[in-house]
Design a protein around this ligand. Sequence first.
Ligand SMILES: *Cc1c(COP(=O)(O)O)cnc(C)c1O
Length: 354
Amino acid sequence: MKKLNPKQSFNQFASDNYAGICPEALQSMQEANAGFVTSYGDDPWTERACEQLRQLFETDCQVFFVFNGTAANSLALASLCRSYHSVICHDLAHVETDECGAPEFFSNGTKLLHVHGPGGKYDLAEVERVITRRSDIHYPRPKVLSLTQATEVGTVYTPDEIRAAGELARRYGMKVQMDGARFANAVASLNVAPADISWRAGVDVLCLGGAKNGMAVGEAVLFFDRELAYEFDYRCKQAGQLASKMRFISAPWIGMLESGAWLNNARQANDCAALLEQQLTGISGIRIMYPRQANSVFVEMPEKVAAVLRSAGWHFYSFIGSGGARFMCSWQTTEADVLQLSAAVRAAVSDRQK
Ligand SMILES: *Cc1c(COP(=O)(O)O)cnc(C)c1O
């Protein structure tokens, strides 16, 4: 069979999940492959991965591993709610726009109430308005505030902003869930301890991304309040999220955390996005839509320029956020990739001006 080399033939800034498995994660999978171990998570790799996450987060949290982010978010939300509750989320939130109703499905009908806010982040006054606009029995009772960190449009909540959101939620007896598909990128961007933008700032449950950070598959769900994890193992099993060969989902975390790759990968992706932002700034007809704070750059560009880029083989999304082109960098993106894209954008713009 002819060998494929996707990197050579594929110019992409579409998503961080277009990237492969980073060497540290792959090596851990190799090591975990050396013989028989017990199944369904009852194995030394899983135990060690959990222990390392507890060390990284400096707290004795309860840890679960699931296959993907949709499962992590929707099962975490379902575990915090009854069917007559509601979850407050941003109107661009992945749980609202990209999970095919899984949070509602797994919670047997818990309603998502969306709140608009600039730059993919909440305006807390608006959140409070949604929480308090009704208190009667006809309205689904707000029970969880869901935050995405880094956000869907590549911005980042500061520790103070998360703390304020956490205080607001607690004032109304609500819990805080964080969609951390790109949590590592936020940590790298803010240069803070993971605890400072999670439990220390009032987050009760964190869905921590693995796949976009460089693993093959899998996300971790961290319950900082262990009581909230009651019977979560059954919920995972029922939802088809209990891996029988769990070690291949858990072991990569060990390699990623021990080597520091989880943070280095995020830094690499963020740095590439920063370089891209710098390269695109000032090109006529190109406008950066949001402050670049993590690993993506959102760009407003003439339709013609986008079409020229696509026909030159560049892959990128334009349906996420509010309609611009999204250029997403990953651990595998290089400076050369960024410069190549920037040159292609400049060429497309000048081509259009001819
Ligand atoms: C990618 C992503 C997820 C996880 O999506 P899956 O495809 O289900 O793994 C969750 N939240 C955000 C913000 C994401 O970008």
